[in-house]
Design a protein around this ligand. Structure first.
Ligand code: PLP
Ligand code: COI
Length: 350
């Protein structure tokens, strides 16, 4: 399918959506990108229409969770270009997951080509610069086949769909937008398990604590390290950050997802702002000494943590201007209002 964006015609160049009012939900876009793996090679199917998939009923992804996904954003830049953020890093993380789940790696160049093609194909759905929304990209990878035994698949599908989204946590980021989180004793991943890869099973395990937290009026659950329940691990689909005095600290844990947003923020803090950073274990009790807390991720961007509650114990954290500086710099790099000293912006050829 050649340059499908030319099929869009209408009175305006944009689709009839109020991008500034979007929340984080699925809106079907016209095109998705797909490649399939069989007989040891990846075959590009390219851009497809229709949100449904047909896969064999015995597929490993359906029964044994042989599945991975990624989360990324493409955004309109202030310079009129469209950018994805660090797509090679997402490709590498997905391949770390593929190795862990005993599936074939996807060539990094194919991952990035898929991102470029699917964003260009759905161009009218890229929210305009300044709308506060973004085109969320959801690459995923599933093991398929006519199978019933507990063993890795020999066929795989890699697909990327896109959907325009607004803030992940209602209200998004801002000095009046603090969110409250509830400490759970459930675990999303085992101590030596799959927490470090983006496998769907980790998220199935988060439904119970996530729903419980939301039912009690919190934005999400905060997980402790699964071995001892002593240290802070992460929050729902976001890594934990805090300032201990001048130092930006984040948990050193093998059961959290290595967040690309967190890596970016640590690098911005250290190399642009000259702030000390530290990766180390953070005991829950240390919240007594912490004056500023946040969580971060592609969907969550930076979210100010106003409150953490563990039963009757409640910690409150005021808004800290340093979150604003980090947010502005990160979003500035993503949308070309700031320089890109680390080469993170990936221009989509459209
Ligand atoms: N932690 C979990 C469990 C996640 O699902 C995500 C989202 O991808 C993150 C952290 C943040 O990672 P990233 O910044 O790469 O989106
Ligand atoms: C992301 O931040 O991209 C995520 O994957 C979060 C998601 C589970 C909604």
């Amino acid at each position: 399918m050649d340059k499908p964006r030319y099929y869009f015609t209408g009175d305006s160049e944009k689709v009839d959506l109020d991008f500034s009012k979007l929340d984080f939900s699925y809106i079907a876009c016209p095109y998705r990108f797909e490649a399939v793996y069989e007989y040891g090679v990846w075959r590009v199917r390219g851009l497809l229409e229709g949100s449904s998939m047909e896969i064999p009923e015995g597929s490993q992804c359906l029964h044994y969770g042989q599945q991975l996904f990624e989360g990324m954003k493409a955004q309109a830049g202030a310079d009129g270009e469209v950018y994805a953020f660090r797509p090679h890093d997402n490709a590498r993380r997905m391949n770390a997951g593929a190795r862990y789940l005993r599936g074939p790696e996807l060539p990094e160049a194919l991952f990035v080509r898929g991102i470029e093609e699917v964003v260009a194909a759905n161009l009218p759905f890229v929210p305009p610069f300044g709308s506060g929304a973004a085109l969320y990209l959801r690459p995923f990878y599933i093991g398929i086949g006519d199978n019933v035994g507990v063993k890795p698949a020999s066929r795989f599908v890699f697909r990327i769909f896109v959907t325009p989204v607004g803030p992940y946590f209602k209200g998004g980021f801002g000095a009046d937008q603090g969110k409250a989180f509830m400490v759970t004793r459930f675990d999303r991943a085992a101590p030596h398990g799959s927490g470090h890869v983006k496998a769907g099973g980790n998220y199935a395990c988060s439904f119970w604590p996530g729903v419980e937290a939301k039912t009690k009026g919190f934005a999400e659950a905060l997980y402790l390290d699964p071995a001892e329940h002593r240290y802070i691990d992460e929050i729902g689909a976001a890594n934990f950050l805090a300032f201990r005095d001048r130092t930006l600290i984040t948990p050193d844990s093998t059961s959290v997802l290595p967040s690309i947003t967190r890596e970016s923020l640590l690098q911005i803090a250290a190399e642009i702002f000259g702030w000390p950073t530290e990766r180390r274990k953070i005991p829950l009790e240390e919240l007594d000494e912490i004056r500023a807390a946040a969580c971060c991720g592609t969907a969550a961007v930076i979210t100010w943590i106003r409150q953490i509650a563990d039963g009757d114990r409640v910690w409150e954290f005021p808004f800290d201007e340093r979150w604003q500086r980090l947010y502005d710099e990160l979003v500035g790099i993503e949308t070309a209002t700031a320089a890109d000293p680390f080469g993170w912006r990936h221009r989509i050829p459209v």
